[in-house]
Ligand binder design. Structure first.
Ligand code: CA
Length: 375
């Protein structure tokens, strides 16, 4: 965590140094006004829409900070007005609105929401038994991930940037125990996307519900279980009052990458220094979002444990193995329908294999020692 915060402060320091260098290069007249020539002439007033409910903790704050950073770093040449889901357009129309570019130029969301349009986009947010946040960042920025992401969004006139990760999510809230594979039979669970498809193949019954319906459905027993995010967001949502068992780990979302998307013609119309400011502010915002998510989840988890009103349960190994097999089947079925999905999958899985071997002898080996030492 400290390392990430240091990276963030370094990123900020680097951005400020660039700005200071630019201002110095542009020259300052005797009255103290920056005379930067034609570059600073044109103003850009953009709109950004998010796929998050208004004031969603962390996500909303980080996007607001991003907009403020861009305004400060550009010395007011660029302003970004932020609208939460539903304030300007519905949350699940972010992709289309930014692609269209007539009302808004930017969006903050998660790529798996757009699976209906771009099946391969699921690899840019979360797939069951996929990469953790550390591996995801490595694939996107150190491997081919971001290049592939730009390729699959190009037909929609969108330029994507990674901007935040939720970290490993929780398995979800259950009112029925899952002690064996047989307990998955007929299990009614709110779990969207590929995780839902994998659950169905393992005998479960995935239910699609919007965020607003989840609590009531669980509390009234219309569903047996639901996944959401992690302790911070789950408790704010009241889910700890609607279910007894809190399962882990989140096999279906081992990390969920979030995105900043920019309308391509609008992006190409920006001077290079504003493009760099956006890219740098998004990178800093992404580290900020992930760091705060891990810190706040850890604190919320500690509080939950202290309260003693819920039971933490680890999924049994045989249940995870069954869900792993059914996840593979779900991914195979997607790959058969979409060539690009298969292409991205091959690249992702080859990276995952190499990365996991490295993870085995680094973080994983370290954690195993640490866990044994604490036992
Ligand atoms: Ca989730």
């Amino acid at each position: 965590m400290l390392q990430q915060l240091l990276i963030r402060s370094h990123a900020r320091a680097a951005i400020w140094l660039c700005i200071i260098a630019c201002v110095a290069a542009c020259g300052t007249d005797p009255a103290g006004e920056v005379s930067s020539g034609a570059v600073a002439e044109q103003k850009f007033n953009w709109k950004l829409v998010t796929a998050w409910p208004p004031n969603l903790p962390i996500n909303h704050d980080v996007v607001m900070q991003f907009a403020s950073d861009v305004a400060t770093m550009s010395r007011g040449q660029m302003t970004i007005q932020v609208y939460a889901g539903g304030e300007l357009i519905p949350a699940l129309e972010v992709f289309e609105a930014v692609s269209n570019g007539t009302i808004v130029q930017m969006g903050h969301s998660a790529a798996y929401y757009w699976a209906g349009k771009v099946p391969a986009a699921q690899y840019m947010s979360a797939v069951p038994f996929g990469l953790t946040a550390r591996g995801m960042a490595a694939w996107l920025l150190g491997g081919d991930g971001l290049k592939l992401w730009r390729e699959i969004y190009a037909p929609f006139d969108l330029v994507p940037f990674p901007m935040g990760n939720t970290g490993t999510q929780m398995g979800g809230w259950f009112n029925k125990r899952v002690d064996s594979v047989a307990d998955l039979d007929g299990l009614k669970m709110r779990i969207p996307g590929l995780g839902g498809k994998a659950l169905a193949k393992a005998g479960g019954n995935p239910i699609l519900l919007s965020g607003g319906e989840v609590y009531i459905a669980l509390e009234r027993g219309n569903i047996d279980a639901t996944e959401w995010v992690g302790p911070l967001h789950d408790v704010r949502f009241g889910l700890d009052r609607a279910a007894k068992y809190y399962y882990y780990p989140g096999w279906h979302e081992p990390s969920t990458q979030l995105e900043l998307i920019v309308n391509k013609p609008a992006w190409e119309g920006l001077p290079e220094h504003l493009q760099l400011i956006i890219e740098s502010a998004a990178a800093a915002g992404g580290v900020d979002l992930h760091s705060r998510m891990e810190a706040e989840n850890a604190k919320a988890y500690a509080k939950l444990r202290e309260s003693g009103h819920i039971e933490m349960v680890e999924f049994p190994q045989e249940v995870l193995e069954a869900l792993y097999s059914s996840s593979r089947e779900a991914l195979d079925a997607e790959a058969q329908k979409d060539v690009k999905f298969q292409e991205v999958r091959e690249n992702y899985e080859a990276f995952q294999k190499t990365f996991e071997a490295w993870d085995d002898i680094t973080e994983d080996a370290y954690r195993q020692f640490y866990n044994r030492a604490l036992d």
